[in-house]
Ligand binder design. Structure first.
Ligand code: NDP
Length: 347
């Protein structure tokens, strides 16, 4: 059977900005035979994520992320429908997800790499399992629970950077749900700021591309900052950390502002900010969602329940067609997405 797939065509290079042309769509032949333990799936949705920038390098720079090989099919989070199964855990018509879904229209995947999903948990919004009810939602929830030290009734102020993206938009809302009394977001456009406040319940939002972040934080966080959900690093994070309270906590989730640069992860703080961190006893522990797989099942149920109850609002930016996945990745990296960036491959 002839299928379409997307391969890494070229690398952006050290310190290079990724472009859609780094990827190429081509036809390939999918074998007809499904062997014992395998499942044939039709791809419905694919996820593009910031960590994929590291996979585009020759060396991903990380111990748990593998670099993509040139001219080989790329992969990431995906969701599909089962068309044929030789794994007793899956039947035709089931929906399944995997963190390692090949970027192709159909695939034969080992059943052990797939997880069955129940669309009823989120009223049929299957793609949510790649975002607010999937790994990015779990990153927000478990990041806050494991590293945030949020205490109900303690009158804590949380700041979230990358606040209008997939992780950030969930993190701010979950900050409230877990007990913070004030949440302020930082993101890259006035439209995003307005959505955070009017739709997602943030108390305030700062457009870092306009004006002075430090000065706005002083006004919007008059009692200082107790919890910082850091998605971006760089100058924005330096401005936040400088206003954090003694014994406060940074959830070191991601550093997207540094991903196109040839720096070690996590990048060190500038000496003056490191000094503030030490003097105020601020924790800055790296959080990696993949280290908490034992908490996924309960976390997913919690996220689905909040979504169904309308307590966790979900935004997606959906691009149609496998041929547009490179453009979707480029667009997400430069900030065109609001909420989770999804690629809709087939109905
Ligand atoms: P997003 O949906 O947040 O998309 C990326 C966003 O980053 C863009 O929309 C853009 O928004 C912002 N951005 C891009 N460049 C810059 C820059 N130079 N400075 C500031 N902001 C920038 O992606 P995700 O929610 O999937 O990921 C967010 C972060 O979480 C990433 O750092 C990612 O690596 C991390 N992550 C970590 C995980 C973990 O286990 N630790 C798991 C999943 C994600 P804007 O308009 O605001 O600039």
């Amino acid at each position: 059977m002839i299928i379409q797939r997307v391969v890494l065509s070229s690398r952006p290079g050290v310190n290079g900005v990724p472009v859609a042309e780094n990827f190429r769509m081509e036809e390939a032949t999918l074998q007809d035979k499904v062997s014992e333990g395998q499942v044939k799936v039709r791809t419905l949705y694919l996820s593009v994520d910031p960590y994929m920038r590291c996979r585009m390098n020759e060396d991903s720079g990380s111990d748990y992320i593998q670099a993509w090989k040139l001219s080989e099919v790329a992969s990431g989070g995906g969701i599909g429908a089962v068309e044929e199964s030789k794994d007793p855990s899956f039947s035709v018509g089931d929906f399944a997800t995997s963190f390692n879904w090949p970027w192709q229209t159909k695939a034969i995947i080992d059943g052990k790499q797939l997880e069955k999903i129940n669309p009823q948990l989120i009223d049929g919004h299957l793609s949510y399992f790649l975002g607010a009810a999937g790994l990015t939602g779990l990153t927000a929830l478990l990041g806050i629970r494991e590293k945030g030290h949020v205490t109900r009734g303690a009158n804590q102020t949380m700041v979230v950077s990358g606040a209008a993206g997939a992780c950030g938009s969930s993190a701010g809302q979950i900050g409230f749900l877990e007990g913070c009394s004030r949440v302020v977001g930082i993101c890259g456009s006035n439209e995003k700021c307005s959505i955070l406040v009017s739709e997602m319940g943030f108390d305030a939002a700062i457009n870092y591309k306009e004006g002075d972040v430090a000065q706005r934080l002083r006004v919007l966080c008059p009692d200082g900052i107790d919890v910082y959900f850091d998605n971006v690093g760089g100058d924005i994070s330096d401005a936040v950390i400088a206003q954090m309270n003694p014994n406060s906590h940074i959830i070191l989730c991601g550093q997207i502002s540094q991903y196109n640069k040839d720096v070690h992860y996590p990048p060190p703080l500038p000496p003056a900010i490191e000094e503030i961190k030490k003097a105020r006893n601020i924790t800055r522990e790296r959080f990696v969602v993949l280290n908490y797989m034992d908490k996924y099942a309960a976390g997913t149920l919690q996220l689905c329940q909040w979504i169904k109850e309308g307590k966790l609002k979900v935004r997606e930016t959906v691009v149609k067609g496998l041929e547009n996945i490179g453009a979707a990745f480029q667009s997400m990296m430069r900030g065109d997405n609001i909420g989770k960036q999804i690629v809709h491959v087939s109905e």
